[in-house]
Ligand binder design. Structure first.
Ligand code: FES
Length: 361
């Protein structure tokens, strides 16, 4: 029990360690080709400053060039280390995808990219005692690799882990060896080749999901074994939106409590409640009027006023829109997923609670 608490506290402390503000340069090197059009890259920081350890499942926001207006993309880290000296990204080169093609090109020549620190709320809980279930499809495998490794690094007796993955075939199955290595992996190939082995043919559906997950399992939370119904699992889902929706619906129909289902694309839909009717917003001399009826975030208001603040996730996770509140007060909703120093705000999830003056970074 104590070991679980310590693991949770260590992960919380990790969020504050080695973080930097603004963009930091990293050298990119190709590690290997993982599957057709998919490569892993090592991103090593220039300079000796410590590197922020990520929580398993987090992403980094990457600026693909020196210029302020260079393309910015976010990619999930595909490896986990409690004390990293580099980050690993595994990125599929998308047809017509300028960001992914540019990263592949920069990696091939050993070039430089600029990063914000790791962020994101889709992270593995490492102090739970319920079974961990990872469900991924396609390139959604990347956070699962980090989670698998972080789970195995737990210092207590970790609960069982099940990994269910959907790919088209062995040719496109990224990290196939890791899935084979995982004790309880279920791999589905929708269009298997004759040479593919160790998989179930077809697509994962609600019925098969129930067969795999509904049976009771044993876990040892207090040093002794107990049996829990299958619905009591911590579930992490990552894949294309229709896949995530199918899995979420199937799990909910099974009786898995919604709070135990986490997915990378799931963002609460509720519109934040305004706390005032209107406010004057001064963006360093550019004046905008904020109103309760329109209820824009300060990022949206700045863009409407013709400004172009930096942004990445637009959901309070990456820190790319961090700015200084010179005077007045704001409300954040959702709450920022990253620590903020006094007087700093995230434009994308902040709304004024009074007239405000803001200095854009
Ligand atoms: S754009 Fe990512 S935190 Fe605001």
């Amino acid at each position: 029990m104590l070991a679980k608490r310590i693991a949770g506290l260590e992960d919380a402390a990790r969020l504050k360690t080695g973080r930097w503000s603004g963009w930091r340069p990293f050298r990119v090197a190709v590690l290997r080709e993982e599957a057709r059009d998919v490569s892993s890259f090592a991103l090593t920081p220039l300079g000796d400053a410590p590197l922020a350890p990520p929580l398993a499942g987090q992403f980094v926001t990457v600026r693909l060039g020196d210029a302020d207006d260079a393309p910015v993309r976010s990619w999930t880290l595909s490896d986990h280390d409690d004390a990293p000296d580099h980050y690993r990204l595994t990125v599929k080169r998308l047809a017509g995808g300028t960001g992914s093609a540019r990263l592949h090109e920069i990696g091939a020549r050993g070039g430089t990219v600029w990063l914000r620190p790791p962020s994101g709320r889709f992270t593995l809980k490492r102090d739970g005692f319920m079974r961990v279930v990872l469900i991924s499809a396609g390139i959604g495998v990347t956070p699962m690799l980090a989670m698998l490794k972080a789970h195995r690094a737990r210092r207590d007796s970790p609960p069982p882990l099940v990994w269910i993955h959907q790919a088209r075939s062995g040719e496109t199955h990224v990290f196939a060896a890791a899935a084979k290595d995982a004790a309880l992996a279920h791999v589905f190939y929708s269009a298997p080749r004759e040479s593919d082995a160790g998989h179930e043919a077809g697509r994962l559906g609600a019925e098969r999901l129930r067969e795999i997950l509904a049976p009771a399992y044993t876990t040892s939370p207090f040093g002794r074994e107990i049996e829990l119904p299958g619905i009591y699992s911590d579930v992490y889902v990552c894949g294309p939106a229709p896949f995530e929706a199918m899995v979420r619906d199937a799990l909910t129909a099974m009786g898995v409590p919604p709070g135990q289902i986490r997915s990378e694309s799931f963002v609460p839909a509720a519109q934040p409640e305004p706390v005032i009717a209107q406010a004057r917003v001064d963006f360093g001399g550019v004046i905008a009027q904020w109103t309760e009826s329109a209820n824009p975030s300060l990022l949206e208001l700045a863009e409407t006023a013709g400004l172009a603040p930096g942004f990445g996730c637009r959901s309070g996770s990456c820190g790319a829109c961090e700015s200084t509140l010179v005077s007045g007060s704001v409300e954040h909703s959702p709450s920022p997923a990253i620590p903020l120093a006094a007087g700093r705000i995230l434009l994308c999830c902040a709304r004024p609670a009074s007239d405000v003056v803001i200095a854009l970074d």
